[in-house]
Design a protein around this ligand. Structure first.
Ligand code: UDP
Length: 240
């Protein structure tokens, strides 16, 4: 995947990465829509060694009065890592990290969904990380968008997510787990490629403003490639 970057800001990047990728190359990507019978919408995403399932239930009527919004639906997300998804067994149940990722996932998806079409309702999204290799929040957001589309929920665009960052002194697209842990910075973003709206931007580590520009440019480029695969997944399920 990945391609050269004619006409972009990005100029650096001659060093090969530990997994042999070029600086502007995604890990191998596979997206499938409609993988679960009993959810209203679902999808499965593999990017590198990440394996992530997303399921959508709803929209359905919300009976919890304090959460209910009279003029729109609410979007609830639960990001969960399976105990066997990481090298050191992950203790089951929510922790600080998964609560944070659940929250930012809902925030990244919210602007894309026409929530006002479903007053007094909830749309529930479960994201299950079966195997993790760096970048699971992005894989989860990417999977959740496809699951929402598979559920037939009207959206402005499918949100695509991709990180860029700095590892071994080089600004690179789509950090692996090793690059995430050993690297200097991580910049995960989510966006609606059709409108160009960025719905999530987080940053961990240090980048100069020039490096930040390069990383943002690479992450946007990654989102655009992922977006095409999301659309292909929906086309493969429902035809053109
Ligand atoms: N990770 C882990 N154990 C954990 C949490 C994370 O081994 O309890 C690994 C996992 O491969 C994950 C990576 O560390 O993808 C980076 O985690 P981070 O918190 O940066 O989130 P992510 O990059 O997955 O969105």
């Amino acid at each position: 995947i990945g391609d050269s970057n004619k006409g972009s800001l990005i100029t650096s990047g001659t060093k090969k990465r530990p997994d042999g990728r070029a600086f502007d190359e995604l890990r191998p990507l596979k997206i499938e829509a409609g993988v679960l019978e009993r959810a209203d919408g679902s999808s499965y995403v593999e990017i590198g060694d990440n394996k992530v399932l997303a399921a959508v239930y709803g929209p359905r009527e919300l009976h919890v009065r304090r959460l209910l919004k009279p003029n729109m639906a609410i979007l609830r997300c639960r990001y969960n890592m399976a105990p066997f998804s990481v090298e050191d067994r992950k203790r089951p149940g929510p922790d600080r990290r998964s609560v944070e990722i659940s929250k930012i996932t809902a925030e990244a998806l919210n602007p894309a969904v026409f929530l006002e079409k479903f007053p007094r309702s909830t749309i529930d999204i479960s994201i299950e990380v079966l195997q993790a290799e760096g970048g699971t929040r992005c894989a989860g957001i990417t999977a959740a968008s496809v699951a929402l589309a598979d559920a037939g929920i009207p959206m402005r665009d499918m949100v695509a997510a991709c990180a860029a960052g700095k590892a071994d002194g080089q600004v690179v697209m789509d950090l692996s787990e090793w690059e995430d842990k050993e690297g200097e910075a991580d910049l995960p973003i989510a966006m609606m490629p059709r409108t160009g709206d960025i719905t999530l931007l987080q940053m961990d580590g240090h980048l100069t403003s020039d490096e930040f520009e390069k990383a943002l440019d690479l992450a946007i480029k990654g989102c655009k490639i992922i977006s095409e695969e999301q659309k292909n997944a929906i086309k493969n399920r429902y035809g053109d």
